[in-house]
Design a protein around this ligand. Sequence first.
Ligand code: B12
Ligand code: SF4
Length: 491
Amino acid sequence: MRVAFFSAYHSGRDYQESLPALGIGYLMAYLKRRHPSIETIYCRTERDLLAARPDVAAISSTSENFDDAKRIAAEVRETTGAKIVVGGPHITALPHTLPRCFDYAVLGEGEQTFLELVELLESEPDPAESDLAKVAGIAFHADDGRVAVTAERPPIADLDSLPYPDREGLGDDWKVPLSRTVHLITSRGCPYKCTFCASGRLWKSYRVFSADYVIGEIEHVRGRYDPREIHFFDDLFIGHKGRFRNFCRLLDERGLQRSVKFRAYARVDLIDEEMADTLAEHNFHYVDFGIESYSPRVLEYLGKRGITPEMNQRAIDLLAERGISVGVSIIIGSPRETREEIEETYDFLARNRSKIDRLGVGLLMPLPGTPVWEEAARRGLVSEDMEWDRLGIDFESGNISRCPIMSETIGRGEMAAIFKKFNDLEHIVNARGEVRRLTEENLRLAAEIGALRSDLDSLKGSRAVKAALKLRQLASHIRERKRGVFPPRFP
Ligand code: B12
Ligand code: SF4
């Protein structure tokens, strides 16, 4: 049996393809381990998926890309006889809307559910409703025409039982060339429940891979890619304090932080002096967090309970003082946010602009499965048959003309002007941050080249040849860098 995977993306939004889809990497690795006779293929483009002629087409989709996922599913249906399975955050939030172009949906965490479904399809290409009903965590089209949703599947209790994601299967060219960066996801979910965020709900319970597992995965990716930077794309890498302590202890024992820089996501209420020191000592060179707003009222609406504007300021200061490169994201356009409050947030960012290297400005977006979605649906701003790409913004242009506007006080035209102003600031901050990053990288490369040059001058025989080869490697790395982009979060 041949299973082909595809991650739907918006062709006009390059940023969406900036990182490999590790979720699919986990699914592929799990299938390979548990059922090695199944052939797994990752298809980077729609054309690859059609050409793969799979028995099962497995499509991952966020809300914003769901119409793209439907379109490609319809094409696969027309040209191949494949069964089509959809998974990911969108269908997990709205399983009862499963469109006809998909045969099945895998809801939430996919490894065990998908394995069971594929095994069922292998033994019975057109399984009976009674057999499908036994697979927990799926949705399918029942004989009476309704969408049936089976029992909820319990979360995987021991994440360490999972294999590392199949990065090789996803293709090595994903590796972001700039500074040789690899990303890891070392937890599932988030202990908090901000009202705008789909993640806390997608994963049901917050779980972490152990510190030993994470160190093992770091060693694994170092062996294969020799990265200069490792980015933890967890929602909240420091969310489990005990795991973070153990992780730092293991880093110290092996000295890994001496040869690789880390990037992680945090929450301001978890950053005190001690945490900032620990992050700096362990080479967490980039730390990002959502400050969302300078207004306590807006913070409360967004579910950032216990967080104040002063805490946001303190976290920025504590990290910047230690030379850590700070990234922040904000959200404008909450229903009752006033012009003055938005202006205060802008002033806050402008005041801090020399301390911030990355800025992501978002418009409050009603993502399915969140309280903000429910409110937007009640107000008629969104619906289950809407055009899903309206939930996205083209970050380059900052065009929000088709997005739902949650604000009750500011109209679309004025909001577009405000958003543009923030977007301009975003471009300036990010360009400055990129200059800092390139400058640091250049200094590092210059030092490395200097050391090698003096080695070459003083060495003879095979050691000189080795140094010459290293020098050539560095030169090619510098050439590669010209193609590189710093992978953002979802701004
Ligand atoms: C890293 C990340 C990115 C990276 C990499 C994206 C990628 N393709 O993996 C980048 C920066 C590129 C990115 C981009 C975007 N992201 Co993003 N991203 C994340 C983040 C932080 C982690 C994703 C991850 O790797 N999780 C770990 C793996 C194991 O989980 P997973 O990918 O969900 O896959 C598991 C299950 O969902 C399921 N599954 C998933 N797909 C499928 C498919 C099949 C067939 C099956 C059987 C199972 C299955 O099985 C997997 C294993 O258990 C999540 C938040 C989160 N914690 O999940 C947001 C998140 C997924 N992103 C989000 C968004 C909105 C986006 C963008 C649309 C942003 C934008 N405006 O452009 C784009 C879309 C990109 C795309 N092509 O899908 C939202 C989605 C919400 C929603 N309802 O749509 C999330 C939930 C964050 C949030 N704000 O709430 N993202
Ligand atoms: S916004 Fe961040 S802290 Fe809030 S629920 Fe989402 S991941 Fe967790």
